[in-house]
Unconditional design. Structure first.
Length: 283
């Protein structure tokens, strides 16, 4: 295990979906209609949570899927099994998206196997709760930015030469970017950066026929939260503050990622969708 994995596992992150109770709902809710037929999607953080639900839905819609993840090998194997169960090909690649060399190597592996990348989903992220800004160590601050926003830059840079006209990039930001979060100062700051990155990258690539959008989930039941992303007090009432009064499930978020990846969203770029339980934000 690398130093990065050691540090992240200090608070049990990223967490095993296999041991999470109750289990998150990742299963697609409807039959596929070929909206990603013949395409290749690279999804970070695809071993569990939102990433797994997106991988499952993309596979049902016809895409082969490259599953990037940090170190939860059992969860990644399960996601690959799900993708193959939909009749599509899966490739699992373990490593740290905050490491530029890994991102370059991972993209090379995807191209080596599939020969193309049509959809890039920058979903991997980490969060650490701290009630006081003085509790956030320099190491944690650097690590959170390294994973959440540097990783998006590195992977997009690596994938860019392979993204052709009609390709799509979908980034995962958060409701915390719009509302703020008093216990997630560094995390919510990275999500603000991700939204700005999405809008700016859209302006940069839209002329090339490449669309860039984002999804800003609210509180979603994934391993990220009980494994360290939420304090015990917050976890006890997780999602109750939303107008719907409950947390969302990964398969309630995945359709937003599908919409933005396929031709249904052909006239959308630089935008953010908000599956957040009814919370009104300025999008």
């Amino acid at each position: 295990m690398s130093e990065t994995e050691d540090m992240i596992h200090e608070d049990a992150l990223p967490g095993h979906e296999a041991v999470l109770e109750p289990k998150p709902d990742w299963e697609p809710r409807y039959r596929g209609s070929g909206r990603l037929e013949g395409k290749v999607a690279l999804i970070t953080g695809a071993d569990s949570g939102i990433g797994r639900a997106v991988a499952a839905l993309y596979a049902r819609e016809g895409a082969d899927v490259a599953i990037l993840y940090l170190c939860e090998h059992d969860d990644a194997a399960k996601t690959a099994e799900i993708v193959r169960g939909e009749g599509r090909e899966a490739l699992t690649i373990a490593g740290d998206v905050g490491d530029k060399a890994f991102c370059d190597q991972a993209v090379a592996q995807v191209i080596g196997k599939f020969g193309r990348i049509d959809v890039l989903v920058n979903n991997a992220g980490e969060q650490h709760p701290d009630k006081d800004i003085t509790d956030i160590t320099e190491e944690q601050l650097r690590r959170t930015f390294q994973t959440n926003i540097f990783g998006m830059f590195f992977l997009t840079q690596a994938a860019r030469p392979h993204l052709k006209k009609g390709a799509a990039i979908v980034n995962c930001t958060s409701v915390t970017m719009y509302q703020g979060s008093k216990e997630l100062l560094d995390y919510s700051s990275t999500k603000g950066a991700i939204t700005a990155f999405t809008r700016s990258l859209s302006e940069n690539l839209v002329g090339e026929g490449i669309r860039v959008n984002a999804v800003a989930p609210g509180p979603i039941w994934t391993p990220l939260n009980p494994s360290g992303g939420a304090s015990p007090e917050k976890l006890a009432h997780f999602g109750e503050a939303t107008p719907m009064g409950r947390p969302g499930q990964p398969n309630e978020v995945a359709p937003a990622f599908l919409f933005l990846a396929c031709d249904d969203a052909s006239y959308m770029s630089g935008q953010v969708l908000h599956p957040n339980g009814g919370t009104i934000v300025n999008g």
